[in-house]
Design a protein around this ligand. Sequence first.
Ligand code: 0YR
Ligand code: MG
Length: 372
Amino acid sequence: MKIKSVEPLILHMPVNRASISDSTHSITHWGVVGTMITAEDGQCGFGFTGTHAHLPSDRLVTSCIRDCYADLLIGEDANDIARLWQKLARFPAVQWVGRAGITQLALAAVDMALWDLKARAAGMPLWSLLGGATSRTVPAYNTDIGWLSIPTDQLVDGARRAVEVDGFRGLKIKVGSDDPLRDVERFEKVRRAVGPSITIAVDGNGRWDLPTCLRFSARAEPLDVFWFEEPLWYDDIAGHRRLAQATTIPIALGEQLYTAEAFNAFLDAEAVHFVQPDVTRLGGISEYITVADAAHARRLPVVPHVGDMGQVHVHLAYWHPASTMLEYIPWIMDWFEDPIRVTGGAYARPEKPGAGSMPTEAAIQRFARPLG
Ligand code: 0YR
Ligand code: MG
């Protein structure tokens, strides 16, 4: 299956309300930024990274694909994913300016497109191609009820509805307000509304410092916090270790890490309990597997962050034995050929061939932005 073309694409898809915020980001659209890869026999695959739909930075990713990676891919055998990953990730001139950031996001998109192509050509869903499902079900936890921009009364209503009407058993609430006591109060109200048996995680998106995290944790501990996600700045291994030692609340992180080595550093420091790789940042499905296996070797749970809004991670969650549940943010699934489906608080297992990453023709017509 020789690669004939590598065509980058930027799609900006609206979120399900005017805008949402966590402690560090405010967004109106989700960016689906990646590439179609087409083989000489006409079969194709699509892969992407997830962005905050900022066109100038999205263009850095597509220009890396178009100007650096495309030439390295055209004419190659699309089946050789491991070899091509090495070829791109270790290409000296690109590695000199990359190894993380833009070049890694671009690599993630290429790698995902190759896996999608391979699975589609094989007529198998990705989880099946990878070795079959080890889970009978993948519980979904709801992040979309918990944005920091949602006023407290609506937060409580939304949480109650997610549990009572939609059947979710897991929720996540954004924290990282100027005053951590506000976040303790919001958590307390949600806890009171949904009862003791629902798991509720919190996510700080890296905003607070260690003293603020310690203050929040001491007050939140008795309320049963399932995990504290990205409490501190993303690269602060020592800080996360100290927090992990000081609180009984488990630490979750990984959505901002680019390499297996970065995960290993947190794992070795015992600074993380819930491991959250994301195929859209980590150099794709190939490197995700390395990280998930490293977590599994330590018998730690893997709960991916969904930069793909779950489209691809649902395959990995059904397949990989370390997966325990998957984040749910229902923004963009209607624009994919094989949309994620969550009912009764669990992800349906996808059955169509591919990695779940292919946008519909209508989505491309409607949301494509100029590459520049
Ligand atoms: C919104 N999930 C996250 C979204 C989300 C961010 O900016 O990107 O909150 O990625 O932390 O766990
Ligand atoms: Mg997060």
